[in-house]
Ligand binder design. Sequence first.
Ligand SMILES: [Mg+2]
Length: 121
Amino acid sequence: MKTCLVVDDSKVIRKVARHILETLDFTVAEACDGREALDACLASPPDVILLDWNMPVMSGMDFLRALREAPIASRPKVVFCTTENGMAYIRAAIEAGADEYVMKPFDRDTLESKLQIVGMA
Ligand SMILES: [Mg+2]
């Protein structure tokens, strides 16, 4: 089974994402900010990360920058989640190392298609 780390400060979003991902046969772990996510990646990198943009402690953007420099053997794919539909945010995330993005709120079909794009579903 593939592993997905869901990184979001919203417990509701994490719960919704976990449910969808489990129906897509992923093993799911959760982190509530970028710092927790970085610690999780250093301990055991997941196959793919679903990453929120706005979070306390460490934002999605700061996490992407830290992940790029982190000493981890296998680099997870990153699907960046945002409610901002401005292309500037999306471009910045892709430049910082995100592989794909998804707009919140997302449904199962949308998330599955994004995971397919990054080769994970
Ligand atoms: Mg957030």
